[in-house]
Design a protein around this ligand. Structure first.
Ligand code: K1U
Ligand code: ZN
Length: 174
């Protein structure tokens, strides 16, 4: 069965994830199923806590679900901003945040350090959509959603919409 992507306000999306200590067959299987879930949902990234697994594992493919040519599976990813490149405003959505998009300020360029599934070290710089996507996914590993970066007013308005959807889904049909 395909993995289910948890939706805000599921409380487990706000919890930090634990480092991966060993690449097991189960971890490989999880990475493959996460990639499948990401492509099915037409996303460009997915983090393990979004599927209920609190481990520091992400998959990204900014070529998108049609191309599927840039899949990266990243274990224990760490990001360091390349400070002199400044910040950018990115328009973001999230597979765990229903019907909402907003602009978020992100570092324009980041250095990525991680391991891949074969135990190789990954050390590279990322910019553009990949940089933004990596920052979004690593936030998930720290229990943060992109809506944690928006203004208090925008957040209150969005939370109101979510509460209404939840009330309506619980109301008995007449
Ligand atoms: O982690 C996730 O919820 C996946 C999310 C990642 C993301 C989107 C936009 C900016 C940064 C990170 C998505 O993939 S949502 C789908 C989406 O917004 C998108 C899809 C294709 C191209 C660009 C954005
Ligand atoms: Zn997300």
């Amino acid at each position: 069965m395909p993995l289910t992507i948890l939706k805000y306000p599921d409380p487990s999306l706000s919890l930090p994830s634990e480092p991966v200590t060993e690449v097991t067959p189960e971890l490989r299987q999880l990475a493959a199923e996460m990639a499948d879930a990401m492509y099915r949902a037409e996303g460009i990234g997915l983090a393990a806590p979004q599927v209920g697994r609190r481990v520091r594992l992400i998959v990204v493919d900014v070529t998108g679900p049609e191309e599927r040519k840039g899949r990266m599976v990243l274990i224990n990813p760490r990001l360091t901003p390349v400070e002199d490149e400044g910040r950018v405003e990115s328009e973001e959505g999230c597979l765990s945040v229903h019907e909402y998009r907003s602009k978020v300020k992100r570092y324009a360029k980041v250095r990525l350090e991680a391991q891949d599934l074969d135990g190789n070290a990954v050390d590279m710089e990322a910019e553009g959509l990949l940089s933004v996507c990596l920052q979004h996914e690593v936030d998930h590993l720290d229990g943060k959603l992109f809506i944690d970066h928006i203004s208090r007013l925008k957040r209150t308005l969005y939370d109101g919409r979510v509460k209404k959807w939840l009330r309506e889904s619980r109301e008995p049909r007449l």
